[in-house]
Design a protein around this ligand. Sequence first.
Ligand SMILES: *Cc1c(COP(=O)(O)O)cnc(C)c1O
Length: 232
Amino acid sequence: MSDHLLENLDAIKNRIRSACDRSGRNPEEITLVAVSKTKPDEDVVQLLKAGQVHFGENRAKALEDRMSSINDEAVHWHFIGNLQTNKIKYMAHRVNWIQSIHKKKALKEVEKRAGEENRVIDVLIQVNISSEDQKSGCDPKELESILKYAQNLKHTRVQGLMGMATFTDDLEQVRPEFKLLRSLRDEYLHLNGGAVDLKHLSMGMTNDLEVAIEEGATMVRVGTAIFGERNY
Ligand SMILES: *Cc1c(COP(=O)(O)O)cnc(C)c1O
């Protein structure tokens, strides 16, 4: 057992609180997703015991393994990585959130698999907001048609948008990218209805969570600042 994880968790909560104070927001509006990728189960268990319940993984196999080794109803599992449609069936029995949906075909598969499990899965539509081409997510132009398609789903709830900013230390470069995600959310609020309710903006990681909160994030996904550097 190590104390540093709990200290790190406290430090992150303080960062979230200060960013909320500065921007006149309520820290209770912000969900902290602890990104445990590549880290041992015991780290996750230790944080869980300390009250952290949202955890994220970016590989389907890692998530599947984690969900079975830490078999605890209290956990809200988030899939946050590049999503191959044919991997959805391996997570549909337990995953709570899939943050990285970027096409109708993936929504259709989530709907089918969640239906088979008699479950409802919360999803976010990932939008490409970064200037780096290789970042995944749909083109902002595709959002309208994806959201219209999603309105009629029964086992899938679209709760908002997710975005990853350009990987850079220049926080003033990432700010307009977060602004873009927020303005897209606002632009499509009129499509709320049926299975679509655009209340969440998942944006902000270890390096840029303050800027993300200032720009309206309701979920931040934090790995390194909680678990330490990853070796791979
Ligand atoms: C790894 C990862 C994070 C967390 O990144 P850190 O910089 O370690 O906080 C957040 N979101 C996604 C999609 C990731 O893959």
